[in-house]
Design a protein around this ligand. Structure first.
Ligand code: PLP
Length: 394
C-alpha cells in the first residue's frame, strides 16, 4: 500500500474526532449535554427553487440525459449559464469554454493544483486556512506555505506575503470569505496583492497564479461585497461551490473557472481538463449540473446565519471574549483566553461546549466556533460560554 495514503486515511481530522466525541456524550447523557460548534455543515434548508427545479427536471428530462454522463468538463448549456451569470452579476470576464464543472470546491481545488503545480512548487496561503489545503497541495506534488494574517482583523499580511514569495512560488491561494476567520478581502487589498503577483511574476520570469476558493461568496453580512477575482488579475483560477450558498454540501457540485485572458489559456484549460481526467473525475454529478441554471443568484436564507452571528458575537464579546467580527461565512474566530487553545477546549468541554482549536487552521491561540447551527442552540449555549468566561475571570 501507499504509506502516505495509509497515513491520511488512518489519521482522523480533529473536527471528525470532536464530532464523534459529541455523538458519544449525547448518547450517554442526552441531547443538551454537549453543544457542538465544530462542523461547517449548513443547517439552513436549501431554497425552495432547488426542490422545484429538481422535480421539474425529473418530470421533463429523459433519464439518459438527466442521469447520464455529460462531457467531462460539464454540460455546455450549464457552463454557458454560469458564465453569463458571472458576466452580468460581477461585470467580470467569464467564458463557458473556460469553465470545468466539479464535485464541489474540494475537487475544483485538487484539479487546479494538479493542473498548475510541478514537484517542488510552493503555494502561499494566508493563515488561518482550511486544513485540507495541505493535503490537496501535497497530493499535487507542491508545498503549502502559510503566512499568518494580521492579528485582530485577520486580513492577509501583504508585506509578509511579499517577503515570502520566491522562485518556487507558483500560486497565491485566497479564501474569502474565510474559513475559519470570516474575514473578507476588500478590493483595495486584493488589488495590492495582484500588483504584487504581477511584479513577482516579472522578477522570477514565470507566472504566479491566483487561485480563489470561494464557497462562501454569497454568505456575507452588513452589505459587504466580495470583489470578483477575474476583475483584478488575468492569471486567475476561481474554485467555486454551491455547497454552502445552496446548502447542498453533500450533493457535490461546483466548478473551476479560468480567466479567459489567462496567459496560454488554451494550455492551462487543457491542463485543467487533464487534471480532471487524471484524478478520475469523469464528470460532475449530472442532475446537479442541470439544476444549477435554475438556482444561479439564489441562496439559502442568509438572514438566519446573520442572526446567529449577531447572537454569538454580541454574547461572547459581552462576556469578555476577544472575537474577530465575521464579515462572511458562518464561523467565529475567538481568541483563546490562554495561549494553549487545546487547554481552552478541555475547559469548554467541562461546560458542555465544543469548538475547534485554531492550530488545525495554522493559527494557534484561537478557536473556531461554527454557527451554522439552530439559533436555539446558540441561545442555550450562551450561559455556558458566560460560565466559561468566569473560569478565566474575564
Ligand atoms: N474550501 C473551504 C474554505 C471550505 O470551508 C470547504 C468546506 O467546508 C471547502 C473548500 C470544500 O467545499 P466543497 O463541499 O464544495 O467541496
Amino acid at each position: 500500500m501507499n504509506e502516505r495514503m495509509r497515513g491520511l486515511g488512518a489519521k482522523k481530522s480533529i473536527i471528525r474526532e470532536l464530532f464523534e466525541y459529541a455523538k458519544t456524550v449525547r448518547a450517554e447523557k442526552g441531547a443538551d449535554a454537549i453543544f457542538d460548534f465544530t462542523i461547517g455543515n449548513p443547517s439552513v434548508s436549501a431554497p425552495k427553487a432547488v426542490a422545484e427545479a429538481l422535480t421539474h427536471l425529473i418530470e421533463t428530462t429523459p433519464p439518459v440525459i438527466l442521469h447520464g454522463y455529460t462531457s467531462a468538463q460539464g454540460d455546455p448549456a450549464v457552463r454557458e449559464a454560469i458564465a453569463s451569470y458571472i458576466r452580468d452579476t460581477y461585470k467580470a470576464p467569464a467564458e463557458a469554454d473556460r469553465i470545468y464543472m466539479t464535485a464541489g470546491a474540494a475537487a475544483a481545488l485538487c484539479i487546479s493544483f494538479h493542473a498548475i503545480l510541478n514537484p517542488g512548487d510552493e503555494v502561499i496561503v494566508p493563515a488561518p486556512y482550511f486544513p485540507e489545503y495541505k493535503v490537496f497541495v501535497e497530493s499535487a506534488g507542491g508545498t503549502l506555505r502559510p503566512i499568518p494574517s494580521l492579528q485582530g482583523s485577520m486580513k492577509p499580511d501583504i508585506d509578509a506575503i511579499r517577503a515570502a514569495i520566491n522562485e518556487k512560488t507558483r500560486i497565491l491561494l485566497l479564501n474569502s470569505p474565510n474559513n475559519p476567520s470570516g474575514a473578507v478581502i476588500d478590493g483595495e487589498s486584493l488589488a495590492a496583492l495582484c500588483a504584487l503577483l504581477e511584479e513577482k511574476s516579472e522578477t522570477f520570469g514565470h507566472t504566479i497564479y491566483l487561485v480563489g476558493d470561494e464557497p462562501y461568496r454569497e454568505l456575507v453580512y452588513d452589505g459587504i461585497t466580495v470583489p470578483y477575482l477575474t476583475n483584478y488579475y488575468k492569471n486567475t483560477i476561481v474554485c467555486y461551490s454551491f455547497s454552502k450558498s445552496l446548502s447542498l454540501a453533500g450533493e457535490r457540485i461546483g466548478y473551476v473557472l479560468l480567466h479567459p485572458e489567462c496567459e496560454n489559456a488554451d494550455d492551462v484549460y487543457a491542463a485543467i481538463c487533464g487534471a480532471g481526467r487524471a484524478l478520475g473525475y469523469v464528470c460532475a454529478p449530472s442532475m446537479l449540473q442541470f439544476l444549477i441554471p435554475y438556482c444561479l443568484g439564489r441562496t439559502s436564507d442568509v438572514s438566519i446565519y446573520a442572526k446567529n452571528r449577531g447572537l454569538l458575537y454580541e454574547g461572547l464579546s459581552s462576556f469578555g471574549f476577544e472575537c474577530v467580527k465575521p464579515e462572511g461565512a458562518f464561523y467565529l474566530f475567538l481568541k483563546s483566553p490562554e495561549p494553549d487553545a487545546y487547554a481552552f477546549l478541555e475547559k469548554a468541554k467541562a461546560h458542555g461546549l465544543l469548538f475547534v482549536p485554531g492550530d488545525d487552521f495554522g493559527y494557534p491561540g484561537y478557536v473556531r466556533v461554527a454557527y451554522c447551527v439552530q439559533s436555539e442552540t446558540i441561545e442555550k449555549a450562551l450561559p455556558r460560554f458566560s460560565a466559561l468566561a468566569k473560569d478565566y475571570n474575564l
